[in-house]
Write a protein that binds this ligand. Structure first.
Ligand SMILES: *[C@@H]1O[C@H](CO)[C@@H](O)[C@H](O)[C@H]1NC(C)=O
Ligand SMILES: *[C@@H]1O[C@H](CO)[C@@H](O)[C@H](O)[C@H]1NC(C)=O
Ligand SMILES: *[C@@H]1O[C@H](CO)[C@@H](O)[C@H](O)[C@H]1NC(C)=O
Ligand SMILES: *[C@@H]1O[C@H](CO)[C@@H](O)[C@H](O)[C@H]1NC(C)=O
Length: 730
């Protein structure tokens, strides 16, 4: 009887839980100038997280005049399957909306619906309420509309119950205003749960959230915070209708409190500063926080990932330039856990990558409309132990509330947030990449007094590597081989990257990279896809410049008359004619590409048309493994050459012509983590590995080369054709 009731209850819970999908959200806004008719543009960036990528918040106007939407676009920021038990994934999207308002008077927009994911206070998932106050009134101190604080957070935070931790919430204000982070007020539709969770302390004047201790629970804590900015002095806001309104700084509480010395300063109930006027703006900051079972150790670098060089510090300002790719490099280590993934919340279209040296790289390119604006980016790295390393929770979990989560063993690093500031070009640079060298040109006039004879490449011993050699009166020009002068090679899922740098030296020729003003890092970035791009990074003290160009790797794909592979068959004699069963010798060659790289042939398929995506196709090689039984691979010493042969065939009944298309990839030579080193990955493993796809450092990023047509002299015999069909279906 009791168990039947339990079962019914569980069914009920499961069905209710399926409607619970909200993890939290944030909003920021930026004034975007006036239109010829006097109306005002404001860009609202709204990030929200659900257990899927297809939902978004619906905002309505709750006070004032909110104008209308002129443009809106939406994109996915990040998603992860490392999620709370009842929601096996989270996905954060951003909606960027431009609104046109007739006046610059304040307005408020609200989003409200159901339901949060199951939380500690409400297993059913409570409603959500988010509230945004936009005020574009002209400030008396800056003469411009207020700039809202930059707000960002990871949508899903987790910590082992025994590991106290401090989260510095992003609270940067471009106007230098005082930013306050507080719990929402139930009375003003800022939150629905409005819970101040035990085990946590929010220090609202420093926007710091301290996790102290609470019992692990498979249900998350929902945080519904509000971020506000207040001026440092008394100011007024002027509106287009002639009206005015004053704003005051936060002030010390009127009553004195007795200091308690036994608890940390932030833990006392010491009264926060009080507001005596409305804030300049008010933004929602809502997220989900899971307290996991205890970790064997709380020391960073053992189970919890520890950030190491070159990860930027929390709060660091990173210079970005319009139309130039900026990158943020992040590295974390954990001795007793495997680094799994990076999770991040950054501007739309920011991408994340993992190199074969286990660094994570976030990349983003600002538009000209982003000039002068700030973009916060938050990130954390996750590690895992035990079963969580290779497999994720399956469908066998009980939805019983009382059951603790599986020993997931997923550990999150601290959260760090940085600010990208989009500025103008500081140092005029240009990088050109060819298949064997990179050429970097730096405009001397933009160096502002730096002595050019103090600039060196990272390994100046070789005369080949001298900057004087190619420089002229207006430009410092370096022509650097991809495999000399200290050039480093790096590989991620999509790219091979060759890097070098120009640094400042003193008169004695000693390298002093930190004291002096200039450090120009540049790189040529070649997509393994075969299309080439190239890059450039310049550091001054606190100034980074990025530049990027594109190039291509080229591949030769030729037919040979025999297994000697001496001279190619003249392409003017195409289409070549073969008897069914006759051997066709082929070679793919990337030999013009530098040493230190190797080529890998991931797949080769035949099709009756010169289009690798056309149907039908017949697999010859897949995942590096021969599929057709007649494939023979001929060894060669050159790591950038692939020789093979196959017996000629014909597509059943219809087509005499056959094209062969191969997907090839370049890797850093000898790196055991690269796809090229792994060789044939048989399809059994392949099935199991798809879940780990995003964890794997190297993914398929291939370039198609194709050759043909081949024509058959005689019709194929039936048995041969039938055999082929079976294989292509397997
Ligand atoms: C994101 O990228 C898409 C495709 O390149 C582009 O159309 C869109 O404008 C970008 N959006 C933002 C906000 O950067
Ligand atoms: C110096 O080289 C740059 C880059 O190749 C070129 O654009 C510029 O015209 C050259 N200047 C002179 C004075 O030759
Ligand atoms: C790279 O090559 C692919 C196919 O070969 C092509 O569709 C794509 O536009 C190329 N990209 C660049 C940046 O050249
Ligand atoms: C590659 O290395 C070989 C042997 O070390 C050398 O002979 C050859 O010139 C190198 N090729 C390039 C393109 O640097």
């Amino acid at each position: 009887m009791a168990s039947t009731l339990m079962l019914l209850l569980q069914l009920l819970l499961v069905s209710l839980v399926s409607a619970s999908h909200f993890f939290g959200g944030t909003t920021t806004y930026t004034y975007k100038g006036r239109n010829p008719d006097g109306s005002f543009n404001v860009e609202i960036r709204d990030r929200d997280t659900y257990d899927g990528c297809y939902y978004s918040l619906y905002w309505y106007c709750s006070s004032g005049y909110c104008g209308y939407t002129s443009t809106s676009q939406r994109g996915t920021l990040d998603s992860s399957t490392s999620a709370p038990l009842y929601n096996r994934q989270w996905c954060e999207t951003e909606t960027v909306t431009t609104r046109v308002v007739q006046s610059n008077r304040p307005f408020e927009m609200r989003a409200a619906s159901c339901c949060w994911i199951p939380t500690r206070t409400s297993y059913w998932g409570h409603y959500w309420y988010l509230n945004t106050l936009v005020d574009l009134g002209e400030r008396s101190d800056t003469g411009k509309p207020n700039r809202a604080p930059e707000v960002a957070i990871l949508p899903f935070l987790r910590v082992p119950e025994n590991c106290p931790r401090t989260y510095k919430l992003m609270s940067f204000d471009p106007d230098g205003d005082k930013v306050r982070c507080r719990y929402g007020n139930p009375g003003s539709a800022e939150c629905y749960g409005c819970t101040q969770h035990s085990g946590f302390h929010l220090h609202q004047d420093s926007c710091t959230l301290h996790y102290q201790y609470t019992n692990a629970d498979p249900l998350v804590n929902s945080f519904e915070l509000v971020v506000e900015d207040f001026p440092q002095g008394h100011i007024s806001l002027r509106y287009s209708d002639g009206s005015q309104s004053s704003r005051s700084p936060l002030s010390a509480p009127t009553t004195t409190t007795t200091a308690r010395t036994t608890t940390p300063w932030w833990w006392t109930t010491g009264r926060p500063l009080q507001a005596t006027s409305p804030p300049l703006s008010k933004l929602p900051l809502q997220f989900s926080f899971l307290v996991d079972p205890p970790a064997p150790s709380c020391q960073e670098g053992l189970y919890l990932p520890q950030f190491v060089h070159p990860t930027p510090a929390h709060g660091q300002r990173i210079h970005a330039e319009v139309n130039k790719e900026v990158e943020i490099r992040i590295k974390a280590q954990a001795s007793y856990a495997a680094i799994q993934d990076i999770i991040m919340s950054g501007p739309m279209n920011m991408t994340k990558h993992r190199t074969t040296h286990n660094e994570f790289v976030l990349r983003w390119t600002p538009f000209s409309s982003d000039l002068g604006n700030y973009f916060p980016v938050c990130f954390a790295v996750e590690s895992a132990t035990g079963s969580a390393v290779t497999s994720f929770p399956g469908n066998t979990h009980s939805h019983n509330h009382g059951t603790p989560t599986s020993q997931s063993g997923v550990y999150q690093s601290e959260m760090r947030c940085v600010i990208l500031k989009v500025g103008t070009e500081e140092i005029k640079t240009n990088v050109i990449c060819t298949e064997s060298e990179m050429r970097v040109e730096v405009e001397k006039s933009s160096l502002r007094g730096l002595r050019e004879d103090h600039l060196r490449l990272s390994e100046p011993s070789n005369t080949l590597c001298s900057l004087e050699r190619y420089s002229n009166s207006t430009h410092i020009i370096g022509v650097i081989p991809l495999n000399a002068c200290g050039t480093q090679i790096e590989e991620d899922e999509e790219h091979l990257i060759f890097k070098n740098e120009i640094t400042t030296v003193d008169d004695s020729g000693a390298l002093i990279t930190r004291k002096h003003n200039l450090e120009v890092e540049f790189y040529c970035q070649y997509p393994k896809k075969g299309n080439v791009s190239l890059g450039f990074t310049a550091h001054r003290t606190m100034v980074e410049v990025f530049d990027k160009g594109f190039g291509t790797f080229t591949y030769q794909f030729e037919f040979y008359p025999d297994n000697q592979f001496r001279s190619i068959i003249d392409p003017s004699s195409y289409p070549l004619e073969y008897d069914v069963g006759q051997k066709i010798y082929m070679e793919i060659d990337a030999s013009s590409i530098v040493n230190d790289t190797e080529m890998f042939v991931e797949s080769c398929r035949a099709s009756p048309y010169d289009n690798p995506n056309s149907q039908p196709t017949y697999s010859i090689i897949e995942d590096g493994c021969p599929v057709d039984p007649t494939v023979m691979i001929h060894e060669t010493d050159n790591k950038r050459q692939f020789r093979f042969c196959i017996e000629a065939f014909k597509f059943i009944g219809l087509h005499d012509q056959v094209y062969i298309s191969c997907s090839v990839m370049m890797c850093e030579a000898g790196n055991p983590n690269s796809r090229c080193s792994q060789g044939c990955i048989n399809s059994n493993n392949h099935h199991h590995s798809h879940r780990r796809k995003r964890d794997s450092a190297i993914q398929t990023a291939a370039h198609f080369v194709s050759q043909g047509p081949l024509r058959l002299k005689r019709s194929a015999d039936i048995s041969m054709s039938a055999g082929m069909e079976t294989q292509s279906a397997s």
